[in-house]
Design a protein around this ligand. Structure first.
Ligand SMILES: *Cc1c(COP(=O)(O)O)cnc(C)c1O
Length: 392
């Protein structure tokens, strides 16, 4: 039995035969270069001097006083590009270069992963194509423009609903014909093996740093580590640092949208059923016929009907908890953190902050909570204004 790339019963690689050798090649290269000192040094330098690692762990004192326990923010929002995505694109981009690939392809929904790929495509001098649903191309025109400025080609995909899942399908289809010289730079800790493994690895500095910073700054491990979950990359990045610390609660927060009893939400682990999507077995949002459901929540970055297989496993074995908050809770806490700390959190990251707010008055004052602030909210101010217009 083939057990490679399995997380309990989840994961695997359910892909067309022609992609098997390409995935195998990436796996072998990953295993080789993550033991190669030259590769590791170059990646480390890029993390440090290009992206801005290590990011700080910031004690949000006013927000802590408000909720009644200590809240620390892992400031991935301070990275180049304004989110954790650059950790993964630098890692995979460098891997592609070491493998001798000349071209990069990637999928994007909201445009954040496309943008982070376009940046490193420019940095590494590689020809880059970004597949993006045609609906998203219209909705995210600023990011499309930025990707083009960076020299990437944006390929609109009009299949299906013209959103992320269609872009991934098309990127996989395109890859089958171009595997020889092209590297598929996947955006989250989902998809076929080895992507969940390599994305986790390239996002793991978040968890490694956070754990060390807790010990240095708080003098102990935190009680709770929380992160938002879209495909699951920022969450697995920070969780990975604490998975073996059995007393640390891990809480993943999904997009409850307009409520999980409506059709408009992105709460895959909370209400999904097990199935196969984009080459991997995991929880999925699907209807009773097994058709993939449309997802919708206030932050485009969480808008994905699947989730990384390791999260499905962590849920089933009870090592991590998965909860959801709705759009109104997200908008509330966006306003609160902005006014109290002078930090505009991404709407994605605001999901984990909103869950922290639900714990106000419920946790002892001695509790220390680390929130992965996956990105900055500058990109979201238009959406916030639409829902909560400022009174002039
Ligand atoms: C893309 C994105 C996410 C969601 O992706 P994950 O793979 O679940 O981390 C979360 N936060 C921000 C800021 C993002 O850009």
């Amino acid at each position: 039995m083939e057990l490679k790339g399995r997380y309990g019963d989840f994961g695997g690689f359910y892909v067309p035969e022609v992609l098997m050798p390409a995935l195998e090649e990436i796996e072998q290269a990953f295993l080789k270069y993550t033991k190669d000192e030259k590769f590791l040094k170059e990646l480390d330098d890029l993390y440090k001097y290009y992206a801005g690692r290590p990011t700080t762990l910031y004690h949000a004192k006013r927000f802590s006083a408000y909720v009644g326990f200590d809240v620390y923010l892992k400031r991935e929002d301070l990275l180049h590009g304004g989110a954790h995505k650059i950790n993964n694109t630098l890692g995979q981009g460098l891997l592609a270069k070491y493998m001798g690939k000349k071209k990069l392809i990637a999928e994007t929904g909201a445009g954040q992963h496309g943008l982070a790929t376009a940046m490193i495509g420019a940095l590494l001098g590689m020809e880059t194509k970004i597949f993006m649903g045609s609906t998203d191309v219209v909705r995210q025109s600023v990011n499309v423009h930025k990707m083009r400025l960076l020299g990437s080609e944006v390929v609109p995909v009009s299949d299906g609903t013209g959103t992320l899942k269609d872009a991934i399908n098309e990127a996989l289809r395109y890859w089958t014909a171009t595997v020889d010289d092209t590297f598929y730079l996947f955006g989250t800790a989902a998809g076929p093996h080895p992507f969940p493994m390599i994305v986790r690895y390239f996002q793991s500095p978040i968890g490694v740093e956070a754990r060390e910073q807790c010990i240095n700054q708080i003098g102990r491990l935190p009680d709770i580590v929380t992160a938002c979950v879209g495909g699951g990359s920022n969450a697995i990045g920070i969780f990975s640092g604490f998975i073996n610390d059995k007393n640390v609660r891990l809480v993943g927060v999904e997009g409850g949208g307009k409520g999980i009893n409506t059709k408009e939400h992105c709460a895959t682990l909370c209400v999904g059923k097990v199935g196969v999507l984009h080459g991997s077995k995991s929880y999925l949002l699907q209807d009773s016929d097994g058709q993939i459901s449309e997802t919708e929540c206030i932050s485009a970055g969480l808008d994905y009907p699947g989730v990384g297989p390791e999260h499905s496993h962590l849920k089933d074995i009870g090592r991590a908890e998965y909860v959801n908050v709705n759009d109104e809770q997200v908008l509330d806490v966006f306003g609160i953190l902005t006014r109290m700390e002078g930090i505009l959190p991404a709407l994605e990251s605001s999901h984990s902050l909103a869950w922290v707010l639900t714990q106000k008055g419920k946790l002892p004052a001695s509790t220390a909570v680390v929130v992965n602030l996956s990105g900055r909210g500058d990109k979201d101010i238009g959406i916030v204004e639409e829902h909560r217009p400022l009174k002039m």
